[in-house]
Design a protein around this ligand. Sequence first.
Ligand code: HEC
Length: 134
Amino acid sequence: MGKHKFLFLFLLVFMYACGNSSSSKRTKEEIMQKGALLYSTHGCNVCHSLDGSIVYGPPLNDIYLKDITVVRNGKEYTLKADRKYLKKAISDPRHEKNKEYRNKEMPITSFTKEEAELLVEYLILLNSGQKINN
Ligand code: HEC
């Protein structure tokens, strides 16, 4: 009996682990929904438009893989706004600044790694203008 109980527990843990790993493979639809929710509940839209207009900070609908000049510790660097750049910009806004907006401030965030990654995926999908199958 004790053995079976153990097996049952093991199966539960196993199923839980599998469920978790499959949920990290999100569909585009899920990314768009959850990303949009994070984007609005955290007030990103207050400063960043998604239609190219400048509200306060840089618009984020046409940024992916663009060359951006940033200022970091008083030095200028030109880099590509790739996945890594976006993630850093979202999870550590003080790390460096887009030079064109260096007199403006983005508030510090406290996203989990998952949330930051989801926001990045969301922005990349938006930027590539991919249609979502509804
Ligand atoms: C109070 C206004 C404000 C809010 C709210 C804000 N940002 Fe920003 N953000 C800025 C400003 C200003 C910059 C440009 C200066 C800098 O690079 O720090 C910026 C830069 C960025 C960049 C880099 C863009 C580039 O051109 O280099 C990304 C990506 C970004 N923000 C994403 C977000 C996301 C996602 C949220 C919501 C969690 C958010 N921001 C909330 C003001 C804001």
